[in-house]
Structures are given as structure tokens and as C-alpha cells.
Design a protein around this ligand. Structure first.
Ligand SMILES: Nc1nc2c(c(=O)[nH]1)N[C@H]1C(S)=C(S)[C@@H](COP(=O)(O)OP(=O)(O)OC[C@H]3O[C@@H](n4cnc5c(=O)[nH]c(N)nc54)[C@H](O)[C@@H]3O)O[C@H]1N2
Ligand SMILES: Nc1nc2c(c(=O)[nH]1)N[C@H]1C(S)=C(S)[C@@H](COP(=O)(O)OP(=O)(O)OC[C@H]3O[C@@H](n4cnc5c(=O)[nH]c(N)nc54)[C@H](O)[C@@H]3O)O[C@H]1N2
Ligand SMILES: [Mo]
Length: 769
């Protein structure tokens, strides 16, 4: 095999992950992992692999919860508190097939929740979420699904109303190449942390964000970071840091917009030609509707940035090529629809949408998908089959669904009703990582008849399941790595034998399908290799159709990668609209940018009116919970994945996640560097190790997500998490009635030095041992 490289006597084989393409091989018992040679800024997350592969946290054998085995399916508060019994694969699959049959016959597929949100692993075929969806569709007739994501719950709903679907606004708009060449001022709301662009679902072979910011800054582009944390932009951007109170960015943007109007700097020609509804928004901006002009002084009192700074920022933005970027985080918060909409409006008032390196690019820098050119050929994905169940929930309403069968709620103009769910099937996601208010989630999971989880490791979600099926890790199987925003398709070679009795999700589902008499419907007669060839063919045929050399599957596998043709950097639908508004209208009701939306206005939601507005946060610091918590993405891993890997573990202290606090706030509480602290609020509490830092603003503490939930006493209803999972603290409320998105980024709490006996961290110990 030509791609096998000898380095330090190690035969290296290609593989890929959400956090980068790489090569790996064995030096004796040690797995050696090296980034793809073309990657200018590889991620340290890669080094989670070696230690994780054979870690004790891996699941070795199928397990069934004792109470479920003895008493059968049914609501049970013992989930997460019970013992497990090891069973053979045959026994586990017989039990599960019987339960699926019972639920299907008695209650129908509309009683199965297969939302199964989660990132799983990077391969196109073994992607667990795709596997479980295909299984439920082809074998069970369907399932209640989830829509939107934890990433962009609010923007996925608001953007189509006001400018266009999220994908073209985020992924085919302003590129890093345009920024390097054209941008004069980049206003980065929530920053563009390179720890975040370490990641792209499906994989990324070249991390270009840091070098691009460096090149842009060296040319003279000015970066302004607006956010509570200084390190949300890299040193290389040479950014100015404007510290803003969390949840107040809409006020800042309104203050800038007001300055533009007051000084006649807004682009009235652009507003007239490309937008609709400015006349309905301006009275609010100027205070004609409520007596309160949203001027810079008003904004300053809310967001904490001086009025003169706000006004000058508006003038500077009007004087050059200005790009507004906005991290996902701002909309993963109460009223998260508003900052996104207001950013679209501010860029419109600046007249910059559609200019190279200007306008608004949602989520640039939040993930490595954005700011890239797109592949000119399709990349295969596992077909999902047909879901006969029309019902769905907005993804972050999972606890509401399970706790309120038959209950009603609003969503994007609809009044909807929650289904009566009996069986929940999860593969490739970790709700005890991603969901808010984990004590409430435990009550929700107690309400179903059966919870089935496929996992590679003993996450808290696996520990709360009735049936736990052990799965291979990506390194233990062959797959194809790729994403539509990367120019390399990677042949993911197998590097290790399956751990214990673990099996691929695919072969588990194929065996289950056979037990339910639907094997052919699920497999279409293909084994895993057959599917890889089938998926590859889609890309190969498209390359051949372009008249370009299109290697066979064998050639691709042997070479280890395939370079894909890429589309032109043409600015996408926003540029096309600017160039020809009549010929290329935006896919909004008016075909224009909607500064006022008749549609949204017609919904009559007080928490999402007809134009962007500043709506104060509900959960604000008070005497009892005086600090903001920023629960952001971890630098040392992807979400909760491989929390037990080397990079992640090495960043912990005394086994706990590190939480950052400003020295002023620490001093007021007698907290010193390295102290174990207790973070608490009305919903829950967790421990963490305190680190004092002036890289965050006073009044804000930061604890990244991803430390595995580890209840001190699982028998309690609101146990202390001894490891540092911030989702015991966050609120489980939707962004608004419009999008019902996740609001996990921000909450309020108090912090104190922990003085009790330090409980051990057991998050990675298998249950019962
Ligand atoms: N407080 C707060 N909460 C948040 C956020 C926040 O900012 N603040 N961010 C949110 C966001 S943006 C997101 S995207 C979510 C992420 O939430 P998730 O995507 O659910 O988190 P992951 O840890 O990636 O979960 C993936 C799981 O799949 C498992 N897995 C990997 N490969 C395989 C496989 O081949 N087969 C099977 N069966 N399993 C596999 C992994 O072990 C892991 O447990 O979290 C959200 N939660
Ligand atoms: N290393 C790593 N990278 C990741 C991930 C990961 O788990 N690990 N997850 C990936 C996924 S799935 C997603 S969706 C993206 C998420 O991307 P983001 O949501 O953009 O990432 P976060 O790190 O949660 O938040 C970015 C910053 O926003 C700032 N912020 C928080 N609240 C406010 C506010 O009210 N106003 C302002 N101005 N700033 C605020 C915080 O300082 C925070 O550090 O990250 C992706 N990248
Ligand atoms: Mo996400």
C-alpha cells in the first residue's frame, strides 16, 4: 500500500475524525497518531485517541439493567441507579427484538423516539445517527424525530424568515480567502476561537482559520472581539477586546444602528433596494413606539461598553469593508433569535451584504465548515429510508416530550402536541452531555418503558439505559471520511481490533433487522465493504461526469485519499442577490432581506416580535446567583467524546474539570488557584478546580462542557456532580416560542470553596467495578 509511511519504524495508515485527518500506527503496544501532513494548524484533540482506545471506560459486553431484566419494561426511577447484568449478544438482541415488536404492535412507530441527536464519529457509513434512523425507518416504519440542532436551534429557524436558510448564509458566503483580501473591519461577536474551528462534522484536513486571521491582520484588517472571554480570538488576530455583559449583544447592535441613523451613515439606497420593512423597524430604533430611543447611551447602560466606543464602532463600520460574524453561542441562549436577526439588519444598514469580505456570515469560526469553498461533487451518505411518522420535536425539547405526553407547545407558527413515547433509542449521541438541567433529564428518562443505548464507552447516558450495546470505535473499522467543505476524501483504514465484544452499529442493526424479519430492507444485501464501495461510487461517478480522472475504489483505498474538485468562491446566494435582485431573489417571503417579517409578526409571539428587539434575559444574576456561567465548548475534546483521552485528562486537575474565574470574584470568595470549588444554583451543583484568569471579565465564570456527569450519590434526586458537568446547572427552556432552541450557553450561579471531604471521580469506571 503506497500510503503506508514508515516513520520511526511505525507503519502509518490514514484515518479521519471530526477534529482532523490523521495517520496512525503501532509502535509496540503504543498507538502513534500524527496529523495529516497538509494541515497547517492541527488540533491537540487528536492525541485523545491513543489512551482512549483501550481505556477501562470502554464497554466490553452487552448489558441489561437488572430491574428491566427482572420486571420487564415500564417507567422506572431506578434508571441510572440500578445494577447491570452482562448478557450474551444473542440474549441481548432477542430481548431487544421482543421489546421492539411489543412496542411496535401495541403503540406503533409514533411511540418510538429515535431523535438520537449527536455527533457520533466522522465516517460517512458508520455514522451511528444515520444507522439508527435507517434501522427505525426500514424495520419499524419510522419514529418521532427531532428537527434542528443544539448548535443552531434559533438561527436555523429565524434565518430562513429573514435572509435565507442557514447553510447558504453560513457555508457559502464569505470565505477566509475573502477576509484575507478584502475585509477592513471584522466585528466578531462571541469571537472565532480556533479551539472551535478545530472541529467539523465529517472531518477537516486543513485548519486554515488561525493562518487566515494572521494574514488578514498583517494586511491591515482590524479584528474586534465582542464577548466575555479574551481568548475567543487567537493572538494572531491582534484583536481589540470589548467586554460585553452576556446576553446583551442585541442592545449593542441597536446602539450602533441608532448612531448610524442619527449621523446619516446608514445606507438608505441599500435598504430601499434590497430590504423590506425598515420603515416598521426604525420607529422602534428611534424610540417612537415605546419612548425609548435605542441610542448608544441606552445600549451602554445595558451591555457595559461605553457609549462613545459604541458610537465610534458604528462610524468605523460605516467607513470600511465591514464583516459581522457571530458565534453559534449567542443564539444558544434565551431570545437567541434576536442577535442573529439584528446582525442581519445591522449589516443591511451598513449596505454590506454580498460584498466580498463584507456583510454578515453567521457562525464563521464556530466550526471549520464555514468560510470554506464547497466541494463540486457530492459525498455519499447512508440513505435513511422513509419515515411514516410525521411527528417531530425541536431537538432540545426532549425532556418536555417525555415528561408531558399530550402536552401542547408553540413552534414556528404551529401549535403542536407531544407524542406519548414508550421507547427511546439512542446511538451516537450523549444527552447527558448535550441536554440542559440533567436532574430533570433523569426524571424524563425514568418515564419511558425502555431506553436503548448503543455506546462505545460508559457515558452517563449508557448508565441510564435499560439495554446497553457495546460499539466499536472509529479506529476499529473501515470507513470513508469527508465533508462537503473539505477537499479531501479520506480512506479510513482499520487500526485496531474491536474492544471486548463490541460490534459495529451496522452489524448490530442488521442482526436485529433479521430477528424482526426485515434484514434485506435494512442491508439491501450489502455488507459494510459493499456499502463503502456503494457510497464512494456517488463521488467517483460525479468526478467522471466532469471529465476528470476518477480513481476506482481500490485505487482510492490504496492511495489513502482523494482530492475533490471545489466550487468557485462566488459569494453564494447573497452575492447573487446583490448583483441581480430581480433575477436572484432571496428565498424569503418578499425575496428580500426582511427587517420586519409579516410572517413572524403574524405568529403573535411576545418573545419574538416582528422585528429584532432587545428582550432582557430572564435568568440574570441576582443576590443569590450573582455570577454568569458561560458553559462553552471544550478546547481539549469534542463535546463529551473521549473525555478519558490524554489531551482531555491532562487538562483536568485532581481529576476535575477546570473552571475559570476572574481574580476579583475569586478574592471576594476566598478562592485561590487550584482550589476545588462548588458551583451551584437552584437546579443543581457540581465541583470543579478553580483557575484565576484575567482573560474573562469580572462577574463571569467559565466551565466548558464535556466532563462526564458523575453523581456523588446516584440514589439522590439532585446529586452533586463531582466531576464538573455544567449541564446540572443550565436551564431547560427554549429560546422562544419561535424556535424552541437550546439555551445551554448561559446561566447564573454562585461559587464557593469546597471544604468537605473530596469525593472520588468515578465517571470513567465501568458500573459495578
Ligand atoms: N451547556 C451547554 N450544553 C451544550 C452546549 C453548550 O454550548 N452548552 N453545546 C451543545 C452543542 S452545540 C452540541 S452539538 C451538543 C453535542 O452533543 P452530542 O453530539 O450528543 O455530544 P457527543 O459527546 O459528541 O456525543 C456523541 C456520542 O456518540 C458516541 N459515539 C461515537 N462514535 C460512535 C459510534 O460509532 N457508535 C455509537 N453508537 N456511538 C458513538 C460517543 O462516545 C459520544 O458519547 O451539546 C450541546 N450541549
Ligand atoms: N474543540 C471543540 N470545538 C468545537 C466543539 C467542541 O466540542 N470542541 N463543538 C463544535 C460544535 S458542535 C459547535 S455547535 C460549535 C459551537 O460554537 P460556539 O457556540 O461559537 O462555541 P462556544 O465555545 O460555546 O462559544 C463561543 C464563545 O461565545 C462567547 N459567548 C457566550 N455568551 C455570549 C454572549 O452573550 N455574547 C457574546 N458576545 N459572546 C458570548 C463565550 O465567550 C464563548 O467562549 O463549536 C464546535 N467546535
Ligand atoms: Mo453543536
Amino acid at each position: 500500500m503506497s500510503e503506508v509511511k514508515e516513520r520511526n519504524d511505525v507503519a502509518m495508515k490514514p484515518h479521519s475524525s471530526h477534529w482532523g485527518a490523521f495517520r496512525a500506527g503501532w509502535r509496540g503496544d503504543e498507538l502513534v497518531v500524527e496529523p495529516h501532513p497538509a494541515d497547517p494548524d492541527p488540533s491537540p484533540i487528536l492525541q485523545n485517541f491513543p489512551k482512549a482506545l483501550r481505556h477501562r471506560a470502554r464497554i466490553a459486553t452487552p448489558m441489561v439493567r437488572k430491574g428491566w431484566l427482572e420486571r420487564g419494561p415500564g417507567p422506572d426511577r431506578m434508571r441510572g441507579r440500578d445494577e447491570f447484568v452482562a448478557v450474551s449478544w444473542d440474549k441481548a438482541l432477542d430481548l431487544l427484538a421482543g421489546e421492539l415488536k411489543r412496542v411496535g404492535e401495541a403503540h406503533g412507530p409514533g411511540s418510538i423516539f429515535g431523535g438520537s441527536y449527536g455527533w457520533a464519529s466522522a465516517g460517512r457509513f458508520h455514522h451511528a445517527q444515520s444507522q439508527v434512523h435507517r434501522f427505525l425507518n426500514t424495520v419499524m416504519g419510522g419514529y418521532v424525530r427531532s428537527v434542528n440542532s443544539y448548535s443552531a436551534g434559533a438561527s436555523a429557524v429565524i434565518l430562513p424568515h429573514v435572509i435565507g436558510p442557514m447553510d447558504p448564509v453560513a457555508k457559502r458566503n464569505v470565505t477566509w480567502g475573502q477576509i484575507v483580501e478584502h475585509t477592513g473591519l471584522c466585528l466578531a461577536f462571541g469571537g472565532m476561537a480556533v479551539k472551535n474551528s478545530a472541529v467539523a462534522s465529517g472531518g477537516v484536513s486543513k485548519h486554515i482559520e488561525r493562518p487566515s486571521m494572521k494574514a488578514a491582520a498583517e494586511r491591515g484588517c482590524r479584528f474586534v472581539l465582542i464577548g466575555p472571554l479574551k481568548d475567543d480570538l487567537p493572538e494572531e488576530a491582534r484583536a481589540e477586546w470589548l467586554q460585553i455583559h452576556p446576553g446583551t449583544d442585541t442592545a449593542l447592535m441597536l446602539g450602533m444602528a441608532h448612531t448610524l441613523v442619527a449621523e446619516g451613515l446608514h445606507d438608505t439606497a441599500f435598504l430601499a433596494k434590497f430590504c423590506t420593512g425598515y420603515d416598521r423597524f426604525e420607529p422602534y430604533l428611534l424610540g417612537r413606539t415605546d419612548g425609548q430611543p435605542k441610542d448608544a447611551a441606552w445600549a451602554a447602560a445595558i451591555c457595559g461598553i461605553p457609549a462613545a466606543t459604541i458610537a465610534q464602532l458604528a462610524r468605523d463600520a460605516a467607513a470600511t469593508r465591514t464583516l459581522i460574524t457571530m458565534a453559534h453561542s449567542l443564539q444558544r441562549a434565551e431570545h437567541g433569535e434576536q442577535p442573529v436577526w439584528m446582525a442581519v439588519v445591522l449589516a443591511a444598514m451598513l449596505g454590506q451584504h454580498g460584498l466580498p469580505g463584507g456583510g454578515f456570515n453567521y457562525a464563521l469560526g464556530s466550526i471549520a465548515h464555514y468560510g470554506k469553498r464547497n466541494a463540486a461533487v457530492p459525498i455519499g451518505a447512508l440513505p435513511q429510508g422513509r419515515n411514516t411518522v410525521a411527528d417531530f420535536i425541536p431537538v432540545a425539547r426532549i425532556s418536555d416530550l417525555l415528561l408531558n405526553p399530550g402536552g401542547t407547545y408553540d413552534y414556528n407558527g404551529q401549535q403542536r402536541r407531544y407524542a406519548d413515547i414508550r421507547l427511546v433509542y439512542w446511538a451516537g449521541g450523549n444527552p447527558f452531555h448535550h441536554h440542559q438541567d440533567l436532574n430533570r433529564l433523569r426524571r424524563a428518562f425514568a418515564a419511558v418503558d425502555t431506553l436503548v443505548v448503543h455506546e462505545t464507552a460508559w457515558t452517563a447516558t449508557a448508565r441510564h439505559a435499560d439495554i446497553v450495546l457495546p460499539c466499536t470505535m472509529t479506529l476499529e473499522r473501515e470507513d470513508i471520511g469527508g465533508s462537503p467543505q473539505d477537499d479531501l476524501l479520506i480512506a479510513m483504514h482499520r487500526l485496531a481490533e474491536p474492544f471486548g465484544l463490541s460490534r459495529d452499529d451496522y452489524s448490530i442493526f442488521a442482526d436485529l433487522a433479521a430477528r424482526l424479519g426485515k434484514e434485506d430492507a435494512f442491508t439491501e444485501g450489502r455488507d459494510a465493504q459493499g456499502w463503502l464501495r456503494h457510497l464512494y461510487e456517488k463521488t467517483r461517478a460525479a468526478i467522471a461526469a466532469r471529465g476528470e480522472p476518477a480513481p476506482s475504489f481500490e485505487e482510492f483505498w490504496e492511495a489513502g485519499e482523494l482530492k475533490l474538485p471545489m466550487e468557485e468562491d462566488d459569494g453564494g446566494i447573497v452575492r447573487a442577490f446583490r448583483d441581480d435582485p430581480a433575477g436572484h431573489p432571496l428565498p424569503t417571503p418578499s425575496g428580500r432581506i426582511e427587517i420586519f417579517s409579516e410572517t413572524i409578526y403574524g405568529f403573535g409571539y411576545p418573545d419574538c416580535p416582528g422585528h429584532p428587539a432587545f428582550i432582557p434575559y430572564g435568568d440574570v444574576p441576582d443576590a443569590r446567583q450573582p455570577l454568569w456561567l458561560v458553559a462553552n465548548q471544550p478546547a481539549t475534546r469534542l463535546h463529551s467524546q473521549l473525555d478519558f483521552g490524554g489531551t482531555s485528562e491532562n487538562a483536568k486537575r485532581r481529576g476535575r474539570e477546570v473552571m475559570r474565574i476572574h481574580p476579583r470574584d475569586a478574592a471576594a470568595r476566598g478562592i485561590a488557584e487550584g482550589d476545588i470549588v462548588r458551583l451551584f444554583n437552584e437546579r443543581g451543583a457540581c465541583l470543579a478546580s478553580a483557575s484565576l484568569s484575567e482573560a474573562l471579565m469580572p462577574g463571569v465564570v467559565q466551565l466548558a462542557t464535556g466532563a462526564w456527569y458523575d453523581p456523588e450519590d446516584p440514589a439522590e434526586d439532585n446529586p452533586l456532580c463531582v466531576h464538573g458537568n455544567p449541564n446540572v446547572l443550565t436551564r431547560d427552556v427554549g429560546t422562544s416560542r419561535l424556535a424552541q432552541g437550546c439555551t445551554g450557553q448561559l446561566t447564573t450561579l454562585e461559587v464557593e470553596k469546597f471544604t468537605g471531604n473530596l469525593p472520588p471521580v468515578r465517571a470513567w469506571d465501568p458500573p459495578g467495578g
